[in-house]
Write a protein of this length. Sequence first.
Length: 212
Amino acid sequence: MPLPHHNRHFETGQFDGFITHGLCQIEKSFDTFLSSHTFHPVRGDFFALLDDPRKIDGDGVRTLAPEDPQPINTSHLSFTPDADGRTTLGVDGAILECQQVTINVGETLWFHWAFSRFDWSPANDFAMFAAYDEDHTDTKPIFKSLLTQTIELERQSRWYTDWQAFSWRPTSKFSGTLRWIISNGISTSNARPRPGGDARPCALLIDCVELT
């Protein structure tokens, strides 16, 4: 399943050409916490939304509809250091995936992303992009990049990032799987246990996935 040229901006209104794990939706707009900002597509009419902080109760715990998929386990993910100089461990969240992708030498993968957090975070939720070799999709990625983490936004008194462009230009031919990841996280700098791994989800927005 190579990068879907026909649906690189999610123009079909579906996830044609992609695989989803956890709660992933196609949206035309997205309001951040307290309606502090409304996101619209970078291009076209749609974008992808991974996880959803709007689907919570008064305590910040998920309130999924019966037809909504359950969060996917992200405990295999971690990064060091976090903004406190410690390690953040994944708990659960959502993943957008594209398999059998080939990126030749000289080609660049581009996408736009944005991140929105809930009103407060007792831990360190994060968004990440990762690329896996076609023979090692369940092991360590050959490339990964932390997009952002809630600790960074909290220290800036921000609820969200603006749309940002990301690029990856492999130094050798790549063949494998691409994953865009949003995860609840536990920071080892916070001694307090998280009140439920599926509480207080954040959101990752993705648009304009293409090769140039």
